[in-house]
Design a protein around this ligand. Structure first.
Ligand code: ZN
Length: 305
């Protein structure tokens, strides 16, 4: 290695990101993060641009020679969607001798600071009154392990309308694929919708039908909104809808979370593999749809009086 005449910098960078691999299910390719550096008075500033609408969590591993960081490494943090921030800076320890660094960086979609609201009860992601069978629930031995430990699969014929299980903001919508089958080569072919909830967790709806998504990135959706059509894209053994709620633990580790659902028969339950579940009516939505504006005003007046 040749040191430069003044300060030396060898930039060896490796970037790798995790797709949304949902076991046998979806993978969506993500551009996610762009890292740029700027040197100013010997200090190297690292800027991170999150090009996704969703939160992305990254872990930086630095290999430093004669440099100290503004933070400790490995450094893991979550970058908010569509923003550029300074992540950290490197300063020479001894200004009279050369310095050098290299780093690698892993990132995955989701927030490490999200704290799931466990009081929230999710709606079944299909039409009120309709019934679907769960073919794989939590800890399903086929593919609901590791980061997909708390995912649920409902057997569902292609083209079934998918409803939001919880409201939030759409942070990913992919429906350009028509490929799928029981082979890992299809992993990157899954269509999906990602909805970021108010508590920072993200709900994923996967294997959707080509051209079926009814939402786009940035859309605000309410629970019970129609968001797309189920399908059989990606690595899948047959038509079904895959759903899970997740956050991250690091740039390398996505974490699915156990959540409660309500059905027509049970106001709060844990879904179990092999059972049929009938979706409950969504009361709030029905009231909104049926109440004329005049009634709403009267209600407010009554409350105020
Ligand atoms: Zn699944």
């Amino acid at each position: 290695m040749k040191w430069c005449s003044s300060w030396s910098r060898l930039l060896a960078v490796s970037l790798w990101g995790l797709g949304i691999s949902t076991g046998h299910c979806a993978t969506t390719e993500l551009k996610m993060l762009r890292v740029t550096t700027r040197e100013e008075g010997g200090v190297t500033h690292f800027y991170v641009q999150n090009v996704e609408a969703a939160d992305v969590t990254a872990t930086f591993n630095m290999h430093l020679i004669n440099l100290k960081g503004s933070t400790n490494f490995p450094y893991t943090t979550t970058f908010a969607g569509n923003q550029t921030v300074e992540a950290f800076a490197l300063t020479p320890i001894d200004h009279d001798i050369p310095w050098d660094y290299s780093y690698d960086n892993a990132f995955t979609i989701g927030s490490m600071s999200a704290v799931h609201d466990d009081t929230y009860v999710y709606s079944l992601p299909y039409a009120p009154g309709s019934v679907f069978r769960v073919t794989q629930g939590y800890h399903g031995s086929f593919s609901h392990t590791g980061p997909d430990e708390y995912a649920i699969d409902w057997k569902m014929s292609v083209g079934t309308t998918v409803y939001a299980a919880r409201g939030g903001v759409v942070v990913k919508s992919k429906d350009d694929s028509d490929k799928g089958g029981p082979d890992r080569k299809y992993e990157s072919c899954a269509n999906c919708i990602l909805i970021q909830h108010s508590d920072g967790t993200i709900g994923i709806y996967a294997h959707l039908k080509k051209g079926g998504n009814r939402v786009k990135v940035g859309d605000k959706v309410s629970v019970g909104d129609c968001i797309g059509l189920s399908g059989n894209t990606g690595f899948t053994s047959g038509p079904h809808l895959h759903f899970s709620v997740f956050k991250t633990r690091s740039g390398k580790e996505r974490l699915s979370l156990p959540v409660k659902f309500k059905s027509a028969d049970d106001p709060r339950m844990t879904i179990v593999s092999g059972r049929n579940y009938k979706a409950a009516p969504i009361e709030v939505q029905q009231v909104k749809a049926s109440a004329p504006l005049g009634n709403t005003v009267t209600e407010k007046a009554r409350v105020g009086s």
